[in-house]
Design a protein around this ligand. Structure first.
Ligand SMILES: O=C(CO)COP(=O)(O)O
Length: 251
């Protein structure tokens, strides 16, 4: 583990009605309180419908709350969208931007993601900027070019280690049960680190998370990879026991 404090983030995606979501938030919050001294920061990103309630449950404690997306504008005629200041207003401290499901389902380009990241910063939110190659891109040997290209455009010049976290999520490893190997993760994280240190004076201070089928059984070995500063967890973040075991893997 690096000198950077790890962040374990849960992306609930489009899951959880109120009862389940609040039970999950309460379960995590209670465990965090009981444990006291934690070896990592904890973030949950519920669907927008639950952010306010989850923030009420976690109530400024060790479990932080984030959104899953924000609009580039602060307000306006954008039906169905949510502005970054609105997320901050209901208790979010973070927001995911550029998740591959947003890139694919909503045709989000790295240029738009840079604008969303800046909107998040302007609202005082920490942006978790997601990047990752598809299976086809990996098979073509284009992984590092794709990921570095996404980083170069998606991460704005106003990014700092305090307002920005990077999440590397190979698309082929998301929700598939296929995890990238330790060597594959190490190679990409080192490349991202090199890109960040080349561009930012304090590039070595940014946290770089790995995401893609992280679960209790593989968390410890992934978190031990150099330049892996935490995890962005999908499916396994929906169960208190599983997510907590991943959190404990940071110890
Ligand atoms: O997309 C992810 C987190 O943002 C990863 O999802 P899974 O952990 O379900 O593979």
């Amino acid at each position: 583990m690096s000198q950077r404090r790890p962040l374990i983030a849960g992306n609930w995606k489009m899951n959880c009605l109120r009862t389940d979501g609040l039970a999950l938030a309460r379960g995590l919050s209670d465990r965090a309180k009981a444990k006291g001294d934690l070896a990592c920061d904890i973030l949950v990103c519920p669907p927008a419908t639950l952010i306010s309630d989850v923030a009420g449950v976690t109530n400024g404690g060790a479990v932080m709350v984030g959104g899953q997306d924000c609009h580039v504008a602060v307000s306006g005629a954008h039906t169905g969208d949510i502005a970054a200041p609105m997320l901050a207003d209901i208790g979010a401290s973070h927001v995911l931007v550029g998740h591959s499901e947003r890139r694919a389902d909503h045709c989000e380009s790295s240029t738009v993601i840079r604008q969303k990241t800046m909107a998040a910063h302007d609202a005082g939110l920490i942006a978790v900027v997601c990047v990752g190659e598809t299976e086809q891109e990996r098979d073509l040997g284009a992984t590092l070019a794709v990921v570095n290209g996404q980083i170069a455009v998606s991460v704005p010049d106003d990014a700092t280690p305090e307002n920005t976290v990077i999440a590397y999520e190979p698309v082929w490893a998301i929700g598939t049960g296929r995890t990238a190997s330790v060597d594959e993760v190490a190679e990409v994280h080192a490349a991202i680190r090199a890109e960040l240190t080349a561009r930012f004076d304090d590039g070595d201070k940014f946290r770089i998370l790995y995401g893609g089928s992280v679960k209790p059984s593989n968390a410890a070995e992934l978190l031990a990879v150099p330049d892996v500063d935490g995890a962005l967890v999908g499916g396994a973040s929906l169960k208190v026991d599983d997510f907590w075991q991943i959190i404990e893997s940071c110890a």
